[in-house]
Design a protein around this ligand. Structure first.
Ligand code: MF3
Ligand code: CO
Length: 263
């Protein structure tokens, strides 16, 4: 069965949505400072998305998630819930995960921020996680296999003596938030479907300093490392082109081009 890929109109809308998601991550940087509450960061992002960009924060109400973005600090792996009593402090590493809907099209991206002066080891964790994402994007082109992505990420991460979280994966995205295919961030022999021009999906490796094991807290959302090790994540939404991929959520200051020619 031929899978329906994105039309010209779909791609146009995905670019518009991706730009908004990227703009949120660019806009929020000056606010990532000691003593701000994660609820205040959430509010700033919420207002920017809704009032300035006339878009919808996709997380708000998604499976009853109570806030507009996810904020995950230090040993929180993902899905941290913004809270008025939770304050950033010097030395924290913070993931901000933003998903927006614009004209019915979803895009999703996240990145790490440093609060004040961060330990060398934790900086390296973040840098290594970002590099694993960038390296994996360089293999995305038609006819290559989906499981190449995870193979590249896992190899790079484990070489650096960090570990890849196995419980959460990237996903197809478009008019649905979470769609097929699943994008694993580790090698899986059977996930060998072919990459096709017009596919849109996320790649979003979560990487830990110690073991890869995680646990979900009693709030039903916050995921932490089992052993208290720190965790980092970077995420992009990408479009497969005829010869590589386009990073739909590309941000101005990134050290990777928006359009990758991978032939
Ligand atoms: N951005 C997350 C993802 O990659 C969204 C998690 S759903 C939420 O899928 F409700 F927790 F926000
Ligand atoms: Co995602």
């Amino acid at each position: 069965m031929k899978k329906k890929l994105k039309s010209k109109y779909d791609i146009k809308q995905m670019r518009i949505s991706g730009k908004i998601t990227a703009n949120v991550l660019e806009m929020i940087k000056p606010y990532i400072v000691p003593d701000i509450s994660t609820e205040d960061i959430n509010k700033i992002c919420h207002n920017f998305i809704t009032l300035k960009k006339k878009a919808i924060p996709a997380c708000l109400g998604y499976n009853n998630f109570p806030k507009s973005i996810c904020i995950s600090i230090n040993d929180v792996v993902c899905h941290g819930i913004p809270n008025k009593n939770l304050f950033l402090k010097n030395g924290d590493i913070v993931n901000i995960d933003v998903s927006v809907i614009k004209n019915d099209y979803y895009t999703d991206a996240s990145k790490m921020f440093f609060v004040g002066k961060v330990d060398k080891k934790n900086k390296l964790l973040c840098k290594t996680t970002r590099k694993s994402l960038y390296l994996s994007l360089a293999c995305i082109k038609p006819e290559n296999k989906i499981n190449n992505i995870g193979k590249i990420i896992q190899k790079y991460i484990e070489n650096k003596k960090f570990s890849v979280v196995k419980e959460y994966c990237g996903h197809g995205i478009g008019k649905k938030f979470h769609d097929f295919p699943h994008i694993l961030h580790f090698y899986n022999k059977t996930n060998n479907i072919e990459i096709k021009e017009g596919m849109t999906f996320t790649v979003e490796p979560m990487v830990n300093t110690k073991s890869s094991y995680v646990k979900c807290m009693n709030d039903g959302w916050t995921v932490k490392t089992l052993d208290g090790g720190y965790s980092a994540q970077y995420e992009h939404t990408i479009l497969v082109t005829n010869n590589g991929c386009e990073i739909l959520t590309h941000q101005k200051k990134e050290k990777i081009p928006k359009i990758l020619i991978n032939i």
